[in-house]
Design a protein around this ligand. Sequence first.
Ligand code: ASC
Length: 532
Amino acid sequence: MTEPAEIFSSVEARTVYHKWEVKYEIKSPDCYKKLVITINGRSPGPTIFAQQGDTVFVELKNSLWTENVAVHWHGIRQLGTPWSDGAEGVTQCPILPGETFIYRFVVDRAGTYLYHGHYGMQRAAGLYGSIIVSLPEGVPEPFSYDYDQNIILNDWYHASTNEQAAGLSAIPFVFVGEPQSLLINGRGKYNCSLSTASGSAAGVCNTTNPECSPYSLTVVPGKTYRLRIGSLTSLSALAFEIEGHDMTVVEADGNYVEPFAIRNLYIYSGETYSVLVKADQDSSRNYWATINVVARNPATPTGLAIFNYNPNHPQKQPPTAPATGPLWNDTASRLAQSLAFRARQGFINKPPVTADRVIVLLNTQNKIDGHFKWSLNNLSLILPQTPYLVALKENLTGAFAQDPPPDGYDVANYDIHSLAENVNATSSNRIYRLRFNSTVDVILQNANSMTVKNSETHPWHLHGHDFWVHGNTAPLHPYGWTALRFRADNPGVWAFHCHVESHFYMGMGVVFEEGIEKVGELPSSIRGCGES
Ligand SMILES: O=C1O[C@H]([C@@H](O)CO)C(O)=C1O
């Protein structure tokens, strides 16, 4: 017999349907013409608007002609649908050119989320967008605002992602380097006079192209705006600010946080925040909204948008110089902001008091046969031909190495402040198998890279879960450590990796399995590669 509650929920549950075509198109997001991966002609792609509890269907056609594709729904936990996570090699085979693949998942919690390519380095080619999940009808937010606006940040390279990947794999190593520009809602401004004479002559770079006019957010004086800010940069950590306006942080990765006021929002790739901003300044002019690179010595100009007070013209230049942002190497102030987040009173989801297992991951830059890599406890991840989810469910023990990776490293004998004595690492597709429902602590320990006196910032993102501190993405600061606790309660296989596109490509990730025996029947659409 069907319970009344079930009838009610099946009536209430809605479906959000998207039909997408993914292809290459020539675009000029920062005034410089290049091939961009678009969804239905756009980059960033269409925003997915849904309500908590809705089922989202995305029917995705791969029209890239010669490239596979996969899309990850970043921050969505995929409860009961681990095969829809979109992590190629982990939860599915790639979608082949010409194929259509259906992603279906429930958005179980209101908040600000993202989506992006998760095959090779396609995210960096423009394959990304936002997911906005609202509360059920009649349920109020614990803060008030008048309007909601979505802002997605990115950094942008002129070299194709294939060229970037080829350099990262080459001997000698060619790093992707600092990005050419920063994009706010897909728009940036490259200084065309820096491009080659032939490039400009051929019309490759054109600062008057309307595609690269700055994004302008029109505000009504006196009103309060909820800005939902997400970053999907390939490399850059950013500081976001709106000239003359305080911002109050209220949400981080789908979790309510105790409100606190800031001038600069530090945001790392893979993170989302909601901030409240009141349009309470002199309304006779416009203001700059800026993003500046932090955590690396910047070689990329400030990214600009216009905070436009109605009824001024949306493109009217503010009379002031754009902010240059905080000092790039002020790690202390970034750490202070990381430590300032507290779960909001009334929404505290208390962590278990103890952990069943502690995994310590030493983050190092390494070499394997002369190739530059990143490793965890000296293992650099390479994904198997057969997605882990298929291999584990079908017990294909030959699909990846069955021995577990180490839960720690030789703490006493590794000096994280110095160059490693031996930089050689090993490629591995071994995975961490977690006891279902156990509590796991992961302690990320940063170290010196292969450059003297250098340690980098790595935003770590966990698929399929939230963790305590908060959210699903947390920065690991230079020479620092970050401790995360999560419950292994989501049957499936989940990637946990650095969200810097080049670093993940270079092996900076691990994979967790939990409760594989509880995973339902796999859709046949995720198969078709490797062993079966
Ligand atoms: O992975 C990286 O490689 C370079 C540098 O460490 C070596 O050239 C860099 O800055 C990275 O983030």
